[in-house]
Write a protein that binds this ligand. Sequence first.
Ligand SMILES: [Zn+2]
Length: 357
Amino acid sequence: MNKSFKALGMQEISDFDGTRDAPSPIERLEKVRTAASQFRTQLMQQEDVIYYQSVNLVRAPYPTWYGYTGVFAQKSLTFPFLHLLNRLFVIQYKDFNNQLRVLLFSPTDVVNNRKTPFFERLADSFPDIAFNIFAPQYTSIEDTLQQLKIKPEQVDYISYDHLHTQELRKWLGTADQPAYFPNAKLLVHEKEWNCVQGLLPVQSDWYCPNGANGIDPNKVITFKKSLALGSGLALVHTPGHTEGNHSLVAKADNQIFVTSENGISLDAYEPRSSKIKAIRDYAEKTGVEVILNGNTQEGSNDQYISMVMEKTIAGPLKSNPNFPSCACSSETTPYWLFPGLKQTELLGALQFGQLAV
Ligand SMILES: [Zn+2]
């Protein structure tokens, strides 16, 4: 399954080796924070990726209880649901062998992902509202690439921070189904890939049934640590939300954007700067630096450390330095059907650079 990373134009990252081995969690946190800060310094000296774009794809309601874990445990919930906006990230870069590459991060097969058990039950609980009203889709992967004039065969890699809700078979194909991206390979952390081979019930509620079944193993590249893909681009193991969670780290516009679903808004990454009183109060009273997205709690201490790691690598957002440049893969956003918590700062869809042809 794994070829040599060097031959693939990639480099394994050793910067975080041993940082989570200390006996006490606070020591692990500080070791990860120090390593993340050094990693950021090195990354800021690298070239930007050639092209970086995040695209609004689809919205979905999501329990507030999960999105801001702990915040509302001692409060009555006025707004039980918030609205997440799921994004696709299109990245063009040069790998370490100087090859031009296209990476799609979080390419969601919107229609087939709806078979994820949690969301199937949620849809059933909104019987009077059409699906496309409570979970509107803005565009598709196919339409986005057509607009950008990227042909399916030009996509080299697809990757996801983790495989919750993902149906991969349309993109990568099976023995019975041709791949929409005939040359694409999946980049996935080894632990995430191992998990989908045998999920516990608490996990499988969030995974699209059989979404990874029957995919040619030669189309799957697993990694054990973290992986640099080219100048200004890396996949960094950020366990917690799932065991094999990883974050997209990309340098664009001379800043670093870090993407995962560990947190669902900038308020979650910098709760003490939040204008949402409940979030700010909770952070001030407990001392937490981040608020976990906790629909699955595979490792909450690790998730906490990973979120601090993410925001340390990201550094301050140019447009509002009170928040880190964490470009959540699912960002909570305002929507008329689900009024409620108004996020302090919305990152929105981003676009930097020019596609090279
Ligand atoms: Zn998830």
